[in-house]
Write a protein that binds this ligand. Sequence first.
Ligand code: OGA
Ligand code: MN
Length: 293
Amino acid sequence: MHLNLKPLHPLFAAEATGVDLRTPPTPELSAAIHEAMNRYAVLVLPGQAIDDEEQLRFAASLGKLEPMPAQVELEKQRLKHREMVDISNLDTDGSILKADDRRRMFNLGNQLWHTDSSFKRTPAMFSMLHARSIPPAGGETEFADMHAAWDELPEATKALVEPLVCEHSLLYSRALLGFEDWTEEDRKAFAPVPQRLVRRHPGSGRKSLYLASHIGAIRGWPRPEALMLVRELMEHATQPRFVYRHKWRVNDLVIWDNRCTMHRGRPYDDKRYERDMRRATTEDVGPTLEQPA
Ligand code: OGA
Ligand code: MN
């Protein structure tokens, strides 16, 4: 096994070839992936004709699988494994979701800039998204480099934001799309959790902005001021020079580090074309407030 790396962007993201994930991952491969992730934060592994079990096996070789993905409504699952997140526009019988389906509306939230599971106390570390079928146009995924975004902040802004703690909730990001009719259960399950706004990556030693559309408050700040600052930081962090846009091919597996990147899906004609993507996710080591700053 030799992992060949080819940069895809001036700042981050690389294509990784020389591996076949249909064969069981070795400790050497896992070490090489971790090392490459420390440097590039996004890896594209093309031509991986893997099934759900192989994808989960690879994910588990890199860390602890995120147990049960959070969902607002526990729908019947299309996919067999609970650890596999269904990032498709398909119903349980494989047909395209109807235009007015609430799940379809809810999936639109993936098109907001975010980092996975920051609304959980222990958020996600790596996400591994595999393309099984893609639409003829649109449906790209964009990634933004939160190390570079941090590095390029003015010194005064760095000093201002460094000690801040944000409150993240899935309900905050969905509220941006007009979802308001939460049940008491939803409110309990998705009560805001605190996360550091600035974190240090243990693998690279670099600092990053930990931003997401899930943020709805900053501890100790009046809400309008907090939301204005977050909006300002989001605009800064998602400038085109920080962004790599991935145009999918079937059997691409893309791994991203949620600790130092944001991502968003791009629109496509989801009422007409099928887009079947499946995600395996590993957990971070603990809540960001319990990690060294
Ligand atoms: C995800 C996600 C965006 C996309 O899988 O976590 O946000 O392009 N995906 O499907
Ligand atoms: Mn996501």
